[in-house]
Design a protein around this ligand. Structure first.
Ligand code: ATP
Ligand code: MG
Length: 245
């Protein structure tokens, strides 16, 4: 019986892009301690679009930062692409390198480098990962084409519209062909039309490239067509049965 359970867990880990078990995050100590994540468990499959909703302060950003390996959890387990990354402590793999090679992150504000044009903002993400600058710039052009932004390649972020800036940020997140993209309220600073376009783009990336996408949003209208919806309430993850299958 024990072996069957073990086999099941192993298979589950292998099929998932992300497998999280019993994740906790506590900020501060003693009376001032804030338990931002309480026993959070879930799995995400390749190409899955997962949305995370919840009130301000419920732990959404903390969860994204922990599973994107930017912030260290307090306890629990994280497996990605079949590799144990965190098991009540980092497991010893090169976390920064793993993050660069496997994870894309889109922030609420685009965080583009102001003195680099759209093309080079994307290319630099590849160069940091060891790709030759010439090759990186060529692939950046291909990505801009994919994002329908070819005509903005030489534009600096300041002259791009909010929606264009966010699409360049998506290009940067895609630069190293990640198997998973995390997005923290990527449409928060956009109007409905531009926000919808950004979400459509994320859906297209998930279906065409089998990239899993986990996005935090306040706006339920933005996640039509998503595969799974979770609510986070006071640090606890609650699955929404309506769109999960
Ligand atoms: N670095 C930190 N130090 C101390 N407490 C923190 C830190 N980061 C987050 N918290 C606390 O953890 C809890 C969850 O915060 P988090 O930023 O994850 O919420 P959120 O759901 O993303 O909120 P919002 O919708 O406002 O972005 C909050 O009580 C917050 O004050
Ligand atoms: Mg947040």
């Amino acid at each position: 019986m024990h072996c069957v359970r073990l086999l099941h867990l192993l298979l589950e880990d292998n099929m998932s892009i992300v497998h999280v078990e019993g994740l906790r995050k506590i900020f501060g100590q003693g009376d001032l301690a804030v338990e931002a994540l309480k026993d959070v468990s879930f799995s995400v499959e390749p190409g899955e679009l997962m949305a995370l909703l919840g009130p301000s302060g419920s732990g959404k950003s903390t969860l994204l930062l922990c599973i994107s390996l930017i912030q260290e959890p307090s306890s629990g387990r994280i497996t990605m692409n079949g590799r144990k990354i965190y098991d009540n402590g980092w497991t010893g793999i090169d976390v920064r390198r793993f993050r660069r090679e496997n994870i894309g992150f889109i922030f609420q504000a685009h965080n583009l480098i102001p003195f680099l044009n759209a093309r080079d903002n994307i290319a630099i993400a590849m160069e940091i990962n060891g790709v030759h600058w010439k090759v990186a710039r060529k692939r950046a052009l291909e990505l801009l084409d994919y994002l329908d932004l070819s005509n903005r390649a030489t534009a600096l972020p300041t002259i791009l519209s909010g929606g264009e800036q966010q699409r360049v940020a998506i290009g940067r997140a895609l630069a190293n062909s990640p198997s998973i993209i995390f997005a923290d309220e990527p449409t928060a600073s956009l109007d409905t039309m531009r926000g919808t376009r950004v979400m459509e783009l994320l859906k297209r990336i998930a279906s065409e490239q089998q990239t899993a996408v986990i996005t935090v949003t306040h706006d339920i209208r933005m996640i039509e067509g998503f595969d799974s919806l979770y609510h986070i309430v006071d640090g606890r993850l609650v699955i929404d049965d309506k769109i999960n299958h």
